[in-house]
Design a protein around this ligand. Structure first.
Ligand code: ADP
Ligand code: MG
Length: 236
């Protein structure tokens, strides 16, 4: 059974169809990349999956269960976590505190939340920054904190929305390694990313959308030389 299955997912904002009959499957422990030009509907599709928006039509099966209409917090408890394109940590709070907020999705014990948060920070090589205010972090570390917060909820499925934007090439390489390692640890990953090199290196499969519709899907090499994809990106 797939970890996530979208069946004809559709989302309208008034007269604008942002996601148009999108169907896709993500197998357990796979990494699926979702790409497409600006405004293609990628974040809207994520927001439907994460329960932020209730889709206008279609089905979303999460580990076999139709989750349409369920709230984000409930989905988080069931094992879905996401990062936001615009990162918004509690700036005046410490890095550790921010990650503990994620951990509290799984436990009521402050001690357990602290241990879980510390373990996640260790995994992300941020243990030495746990007492810093999150507002003092570099962009790269803020992105990492965002992932740490999501990971602390112990997700089965992780949705990553442009976590590489604004990173230097070496930081992109580190992020690719982190995401691959999360997958090796058992997490299924659904990733939106503009940096082509990263999405190509990460994804088992890529789905390309344009004006909300799927225009191509397949292995990275095949998608990269697809005529429709090239046209969409050139703005024809
Ligand atoms: P992407 O993430 O691929 O860049 P989005 O999903 O953010 O694209 O946006 C898809 C389309 O939906 C765009 O035309 C955008 O303006 C529109 N849109 C996104 N969110 C909303 C909203 N909350 N209300 C109205 N229109 C929206
Ligand atoms: Mg977006």
């Amino acid at each position: 059974m797939a970890m996530l299955e979208l069946k004809n997912l559709t989302m309208d904002f008034g007269g604008l169809r942002a996601v148009d009959n999108l169907s896709l499957n993500i197998e357990k422990q796979a990494i699926l990349g979702l790409i497409g030009p600006n405004g293609a509907g990628k974040s809207t599709a994520f927001n439907c999956v994460a329960g932020v928006y209730k889709p206008t039509g279609g089905e979303i099966l999460f580990d076999g269960e139709n989750i349409v209409g369920q709230k984000p917090w409930n989905l988080c408890k069931k094992g879905m976590a996401r990062t936001f394109q615009i990162v918004k940590p509690f700036g005046t709070k410490s890095v550790l505190y921010n990650v503990m907020v994620g951990a509290f999705a799984r436990t009521d014990s402050t001690e357990q939340a602290r241990r879980d948060a510390e373990e996640v920070l260790e995994f992300l090589n941020m243990a030495d920054k746990k007492d810093l205010r999150s507002s003092s972090l570099t962009i790269a570390d803020r992105k990492r904190l965002e992932i740490a917060r999501a990971l602390a909820t112990k997700p089965k499925l992780l949705l990553l929305d442009e976590v590489m934007a604004g990173l230097r090439p070496t930081e992109v390489d580190e992020m690719i390694a982190i995401i691959k390692q999360m997958r090796d640890n058992g997490v299924t990953v659904f990733v939106i990313e503009h940096i082509m090199r990263a999405i190509m290196a990460l994804s088992d499969e890529i789905v390309v959308i344009h004006f909300g519709k799927k225009i191509c899907s397949g292995e990275p090499q095949a998608v990269a030389c697809d005529e429709n994809v090239i046209k969409a990106y050139l703005g024809e």
